[in-house]
Design a protein around this ligand. Sequence first.
Ligand code: NI
Length: 183
Amino acid sequence: MVREVLIYPDPALKQKSKPVAKVDDQVKKLVKDMVDTLYAEEGVGLAAVQVGVSRRVLITDTSSKQEGERLRVFINPELVSAEGRTKYQEGCLSLPGEAEEIERFARVTVRALDEKGQPFEIDADGLLAIALQHEMDHLDGVLFVDRLSSVKRGLIRKRMLKVIEEKKAALRARKPAEPRAGL
Ligand code: NI
């Protein structure tokens, strides 16, 4: 089931997500809904908090831009190590239409549980490394706008309030909202 993606500055996006205690049927259903939502929105990554569930779950699928990649599920992800610096023009499903160059680690090692509750560790580079850092930020209530100047953030905030108003108006008129791409 496709869930509604919260748009910045929804206060729920500022919450620090809580760890998953057990990968049970409820968590599996959440992951399935997140996958449906990621593909419906044509994103490359999604954190549970973006669909209003404040739990430490994120998914990535960077295969459209990174050869050999696939859908990946990270539950209670932890950054084990990181090195190098890189810049990338990032988008976000919670910031439709916005993109800004953000500097992050070029390579990361992340430890997590998979969708079956099995622990694994992955060395990531390229877009996957960026997406993982972006989505892990979401789990701590941080969006890429929080890494910009307050002036830029203020302008984006204004545009997003307009997007939220337009979405509400479209819902009232029962027209589907435009699909948007992002992380
Ligand atoms: Ni995002």
